[in-house]
Write a new protein. Structure first.
Length: 396
């Protein structure tokens, strides 16, 4: 029976829908475990989802139960969608959505008065409202103008000035509840994302340098090796973009949030300064330039040629040292290491490697400009990287 079960599992494992479903289930399981383990993106997502559901329920209790309003649909609907990733975005989207709802309700009511027929009113108002939905001032909330018109005309209630005003009042109530819940109940603060993305960028920079160093020790480079370098460099650029996005989110999340509520949400007291972003952006640029130089040298149809002899091993050792420093910086950014720089032995090794590479550069120059150009560029980028990752004490 066990053999039959195992055979069935192996067959299912090769079935694409099964594989896709298993990967999704595994991803959901990992996210659930991460949310239970401690603070992070997964727990933030759970909190925001529960807040949105709570805001909608509260709006329904106020409008539908306490006020006994037969048109209470608008309030929970608006409250649900306005619990956004930041308080500022909730306020901004509330203004855009309320304006779109007003436009949809007024235009639909006017069309119904002109045609005295719901179908004719829909045919008259929806094309105009769909064009209005693309107005940049509405952002992504413009579609609510058209959906509001559909609700107004097909809800079964008579269209009148009082009914339209009633719906707009419910929308305003829902917007107020949604924004208030988002602002007052564990307001979303995204300071943690900056530190995590900055640390991840530093760690991936170290990984790329170690990978390049391993490839440099090979006797021959080919197009596949160059493709791997380019792929690593592109991944590093995407991580830098993620850092810029996280910095933007963190700055926005601090708008319209009060100090006591931040303490209640137990967010980090501070984030690394923007100078850290700029520093690691320069590091990413230097690594990209280094990878580009190596890719050109690996192309047999290009003039520059890779250095030859033991100097390549020296370059690889130097890049490994810089990669280790990147990983140390990644740990420091997460609070897992001290701010102290590299040990004196590492500094001495770095100086020795630099001196030997300078001598190797002179030897390569005697073999021709093609070899010396590549080695000189590698040495320049390595010096730039070391200067950024391990700055002088007086510049800290």
């Amino acid at each position: 029976m066990t053999a039959v079960t195992e055979t069935g599992r192996q067959k299912l494992r090769g079935w694409r829908p099964w594989d896709a479903g298993w990967r999704e289930a595994s991803a959901v399981g990992r996210a659930a475990l991460a949310a239970c383990r401690g603070p992070g993106r997964e727990r933030d997502l759970v909190v925001q989802s529960l807040k949105a559901a709570g805001a909608a329920l509260l709006a329904w209790l106020v409008a539908g139960v306490w006020m006994d309003d037969p048109m209470a649909l608008m309030a929970p609907w608006v409250a649900l969608v306005l619990v956004q990733a930041t308080v500022y975005s909730s306020v901004r989207l509330a203004a855009q959505q309320f304006a779109a709802i007003c436009a949809g309700a007024l235009l639909a009511s006017g069309a119904q008065v002109l045609t005295d027929d719901n179908t004719g009113a829909l045919a008259l108002s929806l094309p105009v409202l769909m064009l209005v939905a693309n107005w940049p001032r509405f952002g992504q909330q413009g579609i609510y103008a058209a959906t509001t018109a559909v609700f107004v005309l097909l809800s079964g209630t008579a269209v009148s000035a009082s009914a339209v005003g009633h719906r707009l009042g419910q929308a305003a109530l829902g917007a107020f509840i949604g924004v208030a819940v988002n602002a007052l109940v564990l307001p979303p603060i995204h300071l943690r994302d900056v530190r995590e993305n900055l640390s991840a960028l530093a760690r991936e920079a170290g990984d790329v340098l170690h990978s390049v160093a391993d490839d440099m020790r090979k006797s021959e480079w080919d197009a596949q090796t160059a493709t791997g370098w380019s792929s690593d460099s592109a991944r590093l650029q995407r991580r830098a973009e993620a850092l810029r996005s996280a910095r933007s989110w963190s700055q926005e999340s601090l708008r319209l949030t009060s100090g006591p509520l931040r303490v209640l949400n137990r967010v980090p007291d501070a984030v690394p300064p923007e100078e850290e972003d700029q520093r690691w952006s320069r590091v990413t640029g230097h690594i990209t330039a280094l990878v580009r130089t190596l890719s050109v040298a690996a192309d047999e149809h290009r003039t520059p040629a890779p250095p030859e002899g033991p100097v390549l091993d020296l370059c690889a050792r130097l890049l490994c040292l810089i990669g280790d420093a990147c990983r140390t910086e990644a740990d420091r950014l997460l609070g897992e290491a001290d701010r102290a720089g590299p040990e004196e032995a590492t500094e001495a090794t770095m100086r020795e490697l630099h001196h030997r590479l300078q001598e190797g550069l002179r030897e390569q120059a005697g073999q021709g400009a093609a070899h010396a150009a590549v080695l000189g560029t590698l040495l320049l980028q390595a010096e730039n990287l070391w200067a950024e990752i391990v700055p002088e004490p007086q510049s800290r």
